[in-house]
Design a protein around this ligand. Structure first.
Ligand SMILES: O=C(O)CCC(=O)C(=O)O
Length: 302
């Protein structure tokens, strides 16, 4: 009986409580506020302001980070493609196949399970100028939970599915993802699309009608359902040249990757509050010397 109650509470907690402001506040100390947040330059202030107001900020990566990080990321994926062409080709042949998880894309993360601070995917994620913005938005020291590169194939006539449909991410009350386009992304390459102001700090907080895809639990909505809660003039379609960076609180409604004619390559990562019940997608076996090098970065477990 007691075990059943505990289970039911855990389910309730997972489905409802973690999205409540008071629950977030109870579980997370407000470690950073306007009084003690890191010193931000005017660009970081602008990005933070856009995140607070709209839930999203889109800018060329070099406005925040050294452009070399982008070149390294690009070279890293090109090398991966060169070394693993067969794997990517095999994945491309599965587009639209039933029963294949996110058949519209190839993901790199399974091959990179270690937190290696020399890996370009990690390097981008632990840059101080970025971390300072992320921590200021969350009001505390965040945790890096995930990094990946998504190579999205052409979906063509296939109907949008999974993350190609409007949804809120389920991991936390407030959260941030950083995306970097590694290919030029126009309307035909399935740009990341966001309903501004639908994040928890925003003005459009109503829940849209939703449905479940066959065999899936996640809540998805169509354009009409989102239009009913966020006017279309507030939707932002983040097209951009390679090197475009997007920071977004993906608790706000978003979708992307329904590429009609052109493939998209995109780096992504995710920061949550330390109390979020979401498993980290990599092993953190950093030595004390390595941690020392990034000692501004509580996200690595200091
Ligand atoms: O592929 C996209 O643009 C959407 C990504 C997404 O839904 C997510 O990362 O939560």
């Amino acid at each position: 009986m007691r075990e059943r109650l505990r289970k039911a509470y855990r389910k309730y907690q997972n489905e409802n409580l973690k999205y409540k402001k008071w629950y977030w506040k109870r579980n997370n100390k407000r470690e950073l506020s306007s009084f003690n947040q890191p010193d931000l330059c005017s660009t970081q202030e602008r990005i933070l302001d856009e995140l607070n107001r709209h839930g999203i900020s889109v800018f060329p990566i070099e406005e925040l980070l050294d452009k070399q990080l982008f070149f390294d990321l690009e070279a890293f994926y090109n090398q991966y493609l060169f070394d693993h062409e067969d794997k990517v080709l095999a994945s491309r042949n599965e587009v639209g196949k039933k029963g294949v998880k996110k058949s519209f894309l190839f993901q790199l993360a399974d091959d990179f399970k270690e937190l290696d601070i020399t890996n370009p995917m990690v390097k981008v994620a632990i840059q101080k100028p970025l971390i300072d913005v992320v921590n200021s938005y969350l009001g505390q020291y965040s945790e890096l939970k995930y990094f990946n590169i998504w190579h999205t194939f052409v979906s063509g006539e296939n109907a949008p599915m999974r993350s190609q449909l409007w949804h809120r991410d389920p991991e936390d009350y407030l959260m941030l993802k950083a995306f970097v386009y590694l290919s030029d992304v126009d309307e035909s390459a399935g740009p990341f699309t966001y309903a501004k102001g639908s994040h928890p700090k925003g003005r459009y907080r109503k829940e849209a009608k939703w449905y479940k895809e066959e065999g899936r639990n996640a809540r998805r909505s169509n354009d009409t359902e989102i239009r009913a809660v966020v006017p279309e003039k507030e939707w932002i379609t983040a097209t951009g040249k390679k090197g475009t960076m997007i920071l977004a609180d993906t608790r706000g409604y978003h979708k992307g990757g329904h590429a009609s004619t052109k493939e998209r390559i995109m780096y992504k990562n995710m920061y949550l509050s330390p109390k979020a019940k979401f498993k980290t997608h990599f092993n953190n076996n950093l030595s004390p010397e390595e941690l020392e090098k990034v000692n501004y970065c509580k996200i690595l477990g200091q």
